[in-house]
Design a binder for this molecule. Sequence first.
Ligand SMILES: Cc1cc2nc3c(=O)[nH]c(=O)nc-3n(C[C@H](O)[C@H](O)[C@H](O)COP(=O)(O)OP(=O)(O)OC[C@H]3O[C@@H](n4cnc5c(N)ncnc54)[C@H](O)[C@@H]3O)c2cc1C
Length: 438
Amino acid sequence: MSHPLASLITGPVLTPDEEGFADEVAPHNRAVVNSPDVVVGATSTEDVVAAMRWAAEQGVHLTVLATGHGATTPVTSGVLLTTRRLGGVEVDPEARVATIGAGARWTDVIPAADAHGLNPVAGSSANVGVAGYLLGGGIGPFARSHGFSSDRVESFTVVTGTGEVVEASADEHPDLFWGLRGGKVGLGVVTQVRVRLVAIPELYAGSLFFDAEHIETALRGWIAWTATADAQTTTSAAIVTFPDLEVVPPHLRGRTALTLRVARPGDEAAGAAATAPLRALAPTFLDAVGVLPVARAAEIHNEPVHPAPSWTRGIMLSHADDDLATAWLGAVGPGTDQPFVAAELRHVDGATGVDVPGGSAVAGRTAAFVAGVVGLDPAQFDTVLPAAAAAVADAVAPWTAAELNPNFAGRGAAVWDPATADRLQLLRRTYDPDGVLA
Ligand SMILES: Cc1cc2nc3c(=O)[nH]c(=O)nc-3n(C[C@H](O)[C@H](O)[C@H](O)COP(=O)(O)OP(=O)(O)OC[C@H]3O[C@@H](n4cnc5c(N)ncnc54)[C@H](O)[C@@H]3O)c2cc1C
């Protein structure tokens, strides 16, 4: 007998015993195996409304899966709603606004905007889903020059926990609009988002690679340099142990290196001048920083695009100094035998610190750095990585910021400042009174 939702939904409705269920519920992070009672592949706002109302009537939870880049905890009951069929991107070049379906990834938006000489303020990975990313705020390679990506949202179309379709913008439901820009969960299912685009006609960007023997010098020098960084330049420094795998370029395979990522909108001369102190930090074995078309900005970080198991944990730092460098190197530097594939510090502390008119619920505006660790070996997910990440957290405790942005929390919990957290809770009770999305 078919599931009762099947008669209410145009898209696929699958239960665990049905063919296609496993594919429909599989997230990008393959460490998470979802097993909801039923999965609904929404094809329209009406499908989302019907699923939400049904879940509310039945008293079961509804959870959202877009790409599954943010999947950390398996969904083991209720309705899982997948948004991948809610795609579509339309660019209005005059208004410089993209209207983006909830199933779109940045890879869908970037070429559509580029065709008009425009660009979205996206994250380091273009493979991430737009809606999920923006709901957390979004800190990408242009964080210092352009701020949180959600600062450029014009409006969201949302199905609330009661199954109502509302527009959230500065003019309509401004309270919900405030919460959706950074509040991440529990406010509704976004079916469409309108985002202002930017023009970045020239970009100087890429990555400098320092061998293990130069990591300490380069990292200490970079941290000291961040205090003087110009407002246009966004950088991050990751200690990476490249797996000895065919997918990795031969010159990086099995190597531990510091990759210093640089992104500076502007011309080559200004970019080269801004990058000169970084090139002088220590000898590089690879210098891949230069003029880069903005549509290829995802090459700066070169994040993996294929679904695979992963484990991440993030922290935000209020500041960094040479003692932080000592603590970071002691926790994740060469010779520490730590289990992470990558340990990254992203410098923010620029336009990210300036809130939008009317405010937003973004967590982490006062932070100066994002620190994150990534592990890829499933055998280490249960104990080794959590223990190692806890040791890193202890080591950097004196620099840890009070807030933690949800996009970077990984297996940790996001933290908003107390006033924002209280306001978000009230808002969740308003737009999802029965806790369907809780
Ligand atoms: C390789 C990689 C690189 C990343 N780079 C960055 C980066 O540079 N900057 C940054 O800020 N973050 C980054 N992230 C984090 C990423 O932004 C979050 O994990 C984000 O939640 C991913 O959204 P998703 O839709 O792709 O994933 P999903 O796991 O499908 O969604 C995550 C959550 O978002 C919510 N959600 C998604 N879609 C909707 C919707 N339509 N309506 C309501 N809720 C929804 C749900 O709560 C869902 O559980 C990165 C993550 C990875 C794995």
